[in-house]
Design a protein around this ligand. Structure first.
Ligand SMILES: [Zn+2]
Length: 323
């Protein structure tokens, strides 16, 4: 079965509307895109996308209509792995082919370990499927059917908890991208994050946008390589699994002006103070790599402890239990 049949995607849009591909190798950014989402949607690594766009200084913030060069091998694919109404290939151990690769990429993107993306559904991929199913509260049978594909699609578009309902007391922030990224955060962090964004607006008149919340371990490793084994400036000291972003416990913000432009030179000290008053740890106080856009909640847990809980399945809806 071809990937097209699996993904059931719509015909490619024509013209130069945002998100369309007016010429090969270039993508016109839409509102709310980040380099990570563009890489994911085109089946390429964040690293290769960064390499193709040396002018992009912050991979989390790109602008609507910005032209993003696509590296070789990029293919447009929809955020959902399998459309709800589309054909649903049923996969189990022993299956082979591009659909299995798609499954393996989806599992890896959700922080699970299916082994190499080789298109072969072996025991390791089966183990990752069962872990994934357990984390989503669906039947643990190691067989990938409609329900598992659906959960994987949500994982790809919003992070591990995308399928979990947002609790009723999480306020809206007036910024759709921010609300969506907050909804992908750990359930214990969502309400505080939303209240923080709203309080900064009320007290300082500064509208913040959450540029990144949950970040997969694979994305984290690509960022860690930057400035070390890959070109570019060092942007993080955290390897995959050692950032609170990898557990949905951290988020980054930037000021967004009324005209939609972003301001990195905002009043970070005042913003950081409000965050700290609300129980958030602020990256602006770090000494090894000052990270002023970064806020997190650790619940007294180190990332080593979080990773142990994740690996041992001490999770609810894909998020590590923090209490
Ligand atoms: Zn951060």
């Amino acid at each position: 079965m071809s990937l097209e049949a699996v993904s059931n995607r719509a015909a490619s849009p024509a013209g130069d509307e945002p998100g369309a591909a007016p010429e090969s190798g270039v993508y016109i950014a839409r509102r709310d895109d980040t380099l990570s989402t563009i890489a994911r949607d085109h089946g390429v690594s964040l690293r290769s996308l960064l390499d193709a766009n040396p002018g992009v200084l912050n991979p989390d913030v790109i602008y609507p209509d910005q032209r993003i060069a696509l590296p070789e091998g990029a293919v447009a694919r929809p955020p959902a792995l399998v459309a709800a109404e589309g054909p649903t290939p049923k996969l189990e151990e022993g299956a082979r082919g591009p659909v299995v690769s798609e499954l393996q990429r989806g599992l890896a993107g959700g922080g699970f370990d299916p082994g190499p993306v080789d298109g072969v559904f072996g025991p390791r991929t089966g183990g990752a499927v069962r872990e994934f199913q357990a984390s989503r509260g669906i039947e643990v049978d190691g067989i990938v059917g409609r329900q598992t594909w659906g959960e994987l699609g949500r994982t790809a578009s919003t992070g591990p908890g995308g399928a979990a309902p947002v609790s009723g007391d999480v306020a809206a922030t007036g910024d759709a991208a921010t609300d969506r990224r907050i909804a992908g955060l750990h359930p214990e962090v969502r309400a505080t994050a939303a209240a923080f964004v709203n309080r900064v607006e009320q007290e300082l008149g500064i509208q913040l946008r959450v540029t990144q919340g949950y970040r997969s371990i694979a994305e984290q490793n690509a960022l860690y390589a930057q400035g070390r084994t890959a070109p570019g400036d060092i942007v993080t000291n955290a390897r995959g699994g050692s950032s609170y972003h990898n557990y949905g416990l951290a988020f980054d913000v930037v000021e967004v002006r009324p005209d939609g432009s972003v301001n990195w030179d905002t009043d970070w000290a005042a913003i950081g103070r409000i965050g700290e008053n609300m129980g958030l740890e602020w990256g602006g106080n770090w000494t090894r790599l000052v990270d002023r856009p970064h806020f997190q909640m650790d619940f007294g847990l180190s990332t080593t402890q979080l990773r142990q809980r994740l690996n041992s399945g001490d999770t609810s809806n894909g998020f590590v239990n923090v209490r």
